[in-house]
Design a protein around this ligand. Structure first.
Ligand SMILES: *Cc1c(COP(=O)(O)O)cnc(C)c1O
Length: 471
């Protein structure tokens, strides 16, 4: 199973946000009739992410509110858990937020969807204006896609169209990073880690790209990301040599800024990002930054590229943009890139999904960005960083644990051995925590609204689950 392994979630919940310092017994209910349960009906019927049809039973979500999910297991037992995953980086404001609910129902009362070919609407225009205003300067044009992977496809297409329009039709390949993750569609897969990224399973369909080693690991020290300067210099040298040798065939450098997510939860030196910007500019390559996981504050900066003060030519955002309510992503590009493509004979960017700029998704995204700007996300994420550092300190002392790292609202516990995912998930659920590990990594990115008690409970739950399952 590829590294791209991500986990499933969904959530549900009770009405109040519980903030008990330690969770009471997580089991809260009487069994229903398992044979007729959702979990039983799901079995063999539904594919789940990266899972076999007859894989481990999922949990059914009966409700979700605030940071809590209400789960039912295959035996009909009920659990209330704190969502340590934010539904895969997305539910930053938690579940059933009144402002987001209102934005959704308000737009539904007007119209839920219209085609975007030849038509436009207020939610799309407003969201695009917001994105342009909040992203780094020079990113002035927006393309809405229905998922992160598709926004990456569009970014790659645009880069190739740009190079061709600029007189370099041979520049159609990409330089990406080992350990990267950019989505599950074929072009996005081609720039994912070539070993973990399912390339071998689809040999004729995944384009061959160039790869750089993973940039050297960085650690947060006094609010700064520090890495070994010798390692950084060595990495930058490989970058330069690669671009000198192959620049003529490359359209762009593609990277997740500072934090590689689903490819290994790897925090790397911002200097490497700055070097990529410099080298791309020197050699006529575009820089595409994939902020789908890191965008909207998760790493402690609004966009992770700010750790290096770098502005890409093309940026992808998604996941947290709608607060986890609906699927929507966006690709932003600079006016220079847009101008070159617009001046070409094609003039257009060659993409246009049916549900492009879906009004419900755009409306809820506008409300989500409103919330982000009107609530103190920066102190919230700083509090997560502080809380996770404290809560995961215990994990660092466990013999099963190889490394613990924290950046913003992201906490990672790396074990010496691959995680027994079903067993660890079960052990965490029994302690009131929803988590979805992959490979040797147990990681958390809680909703921004999580209380100190939520974060402490996540830390305690994960440590206890690791000790129980891998002890
Ligand atoms: C999740 C993710 C994607 C893919 O987004 P989907 O909405 O799942 O298609 C792409 N890049 C990064 C960095 C991601 O974390």
């Amino acid at each position: 199973m590829p590294s791209a392994a991500r986990s499933l979630l969904a959530g549900s919940l009770a009405d109040r946000v519980v903030s008990a310092p330690a969770f009471p017994a997580a089991s809260t209910g009487a069994p229903s009739q398992p044979a007729h349960s959702l979990v039983a009906r799901d079995k063999g019927l539904l594919w789940h992410p990266y899972a076999p049809l007859d894989g481990p039973a999922p949990y059914a979500v009966l409700g979700a509110s605030g940071t809590r999910l209400q789960l039912e297991d295959a035996d009909g037992e009920h659990f209330e858990v704190v969502d340590a995953m934010s539904s895969w980086w997305s539910a930053v404001h938690g579940y059933r937020n009144p402002a987001l609910d209102a934005a959704l129902t308000g737009q539904a009362a007007k119209f839920s969807h219209v085609m975007f070919g030849g038509l436009t609407h207020q939610p799309a225009v407003e969201l695009a204006e917001r994105l342009v205003a909040m992203t780094p300067e020079h990113l002035d044009h927006v393309f809405f896609a229905d998922s992160g992977s598709v926004s990456v496809e569009v970014a790659l297409k645009l880069a190739v169209q740009y190079q061709a329009a600029a007189g370099y039709p041979g520049r159609s390949a990409f330089l990406a990073l080992r350990g990267g993750y950019h989505g599950d569609t074929f072009a996005a897969m081609s720039v994912c880690d070539p070993v973990d990224g399912m390339h071998a399973q689809f040999p004729n369909l995944v384009a061959e790209q160039r790869f750089l080693p993973r940039p050297p690991q960085a650690r947060l020290v006094d609010g700064e990301l520090r890495a070994d300067p010798t390692d950084v210099a060595a990495w930058v040298q490989v970058l330069e040599e690669t671009v000198v040798a192959h620049g003529g065939e490359l359209a762009a450098i593609v990277m997740e800024p500072v934090l590689q997510g689903a490819g290994g939860m790897h925090i790397y030196a911002p200097e490497c990002l700055a070097a990529a910007r410099r080298v791309a500019t020197e050699h006529g390559l575009l820089l595409i930054l994939d902020e789908i996981a890191t965008g909207f504050g998760r790493t402690g900066e609004l966009f992770a590229s700010e750790w290096a003060g770098v502005v890409p030519d093309i940026m992808c955002v998604g996941k947290a943009m709608t607060g986890g309510y609906l699927t929507l992503a966006a690709m932003l590009c600079s006016s220079e890139v847009a101008a070159v493509v617009t001046a070409s004979p094609l003039r257009a960017l060659l993409h246009g999904p049916t549900f492009m700029a879906n009004p419900l998704a755009c409306a809820v995204a506008v409300a989500s960005l409103d919330l982000l700007e009107s609530t103190p996300w920066r102190p919230q994420v700083a509090a997560l960083e502080h809380g996770l550092s404290k809560a995961l300190a215990t994990a660092a002392t466990l013999p099963q644990v190889r490394d613990v790292r924290v950046l913003g609202g992201v906490g990672v516990i790396a074990l010496h051995n691959p995680v027994d995912v079903p067993a660890l998930t079960r052990a965490a659920v029994q302690r009131g925590v929803w988590v979805r590990p992959f490979r040797d990594l147990v990681y958390t990115m809680p909703p921004y609204i999580s209380t100190a008690d939520d974060v402490a409970a996540i830390g305690a739950g994960l440590c206890a689950a690791i000790e129980q399952v891998h002890g």
